[in-house]
Design a protein around this ligand. Structure first.
Ligand SMILES: [Zn+2]
Length: 58
């Protein structure tokens, strides 16, 4: 099962999306993207929980 997430899924006006084999790998990619593109976003535990709730399995 491949896991998928996009910024639009979490309500961001951004066309980025990614996939990974594990949630851990996916969250790593999300963190890297947020650091580069969403510098004003504070990645709190609430934000992480919201992102995790939006992860889709494809
Ligand atoms: Zn984005």
């Amino acid at each position: 099962m491949t896991k998928s997430i996009s910024c639009a899924d979490v309500g961001s006006d951004c066309g980025w999306s990614t996939t990974a084999e594990t949630e851990e790998e996916l969250m790593k990619k999300v963190a890297e993207h947020a650091k580069e593109e969403h510098t004003d976003l504070e990645v709190t535990s609430e934000v992480v929980a919201k992102i995790k709730s939006c992860i889709k399995e494809i």
